[in-house]
Design a protein around this ligand. Structure first.
Ligand code: MLT
Length: 206
């Protein structure tokens, strides 16, 4: 997959897996990584699916309706890519924290839903429920931060609550942060994500 890797100054920190929104690139979320942990290694990935020239991480049938078969295929593809990247770049595969926005948050949530230990934790900006009716892997010690907008027309407040509940049923510790915004990513929510990260993965934490 098209990607960038930036080695961090502190190898004991998680590697931040950056997953962009529809139409983005592997570089889009670099400013977030810098705000969340400037000492961590960064793996930015570009989605392999094109929707009219706009990169995405999986196909959708229409806005908000996912192609489940492709979602599962692409989730495994991304997971295998991260496995290989850990070998190629020498980072700890068991210590990867995803930072995703929108479509990127959805594939990160899908990794948590489908593949045990694929992520150590995740920061999900404006995610949706990737699939329903699944039994999740055990997510004890895999904390998740969700930032959602009370006025997000795409990721409705009820869906953010539902995602939190589903992750909690898998034993994840979930922090849900609300903005009054719509679907856009705000600096304020990234600052909250940075505070959450500091508590969960900062100095002296595992
Ligand atoms: C998706 O398809 O993943 C969601 O609708 C968010 C987006 O527009 O990318």
């Amino acid at each position: 997959m098209k990607h960038l890797f930036k080695e961090g100054s502190d190898k004991s920190k998680p590697t931040l897996l950056l997953l962009h929104g529809t139409g983005g690139t592997e570089e889009d979320l670099l400013p977030l990584a810098d705000m969340i942990d400037p000492t961590a290694s960064v793996l930015g990935v570009q989605g392999n699916v094109s929707e009219g020239g706009m990169p995405r991480f999986f196909r959708r049938l229409e806005e908000g309706v996912f192609d489940e078969e492709d979602l599962i295929f692409r989730t495994n593809e991304l997971n295998e890519f991260v496995d290989q990247a850990a070998k190629d770049h020498g980072f700890d595969r068991n210590n990867v924290v995803a930072i995703g926005y929108s479509n990127g948050a959805n594939i990160a949530a899908s990794m948590l839903f489908h593949i045990a230990n694929s992520l150590k934790g995740a920061i999900l900006h404006h995610p949706m429920v990737p699939r329903r009716g699944l039994e999740l892997p055990d997510l004890t010690d895999h904390p998740v931060f969700i930032a959602a907008g009370k006025n997000d027309p795409l990721c409705k407040p009820e869906e953010s609550e539902e995602l939190k509940e589903l992750l909690e049923q898998g034993n994840a510790k979930v922090d849900l942060h609300w903005e009054m915004n719509g679907h856009q990513l705000s600096r304020a929510e990234v600052e909250k994500a940075a505070e959450w990260y500091q508590k969960n993965f900062g100095w002296g934490m595992k």
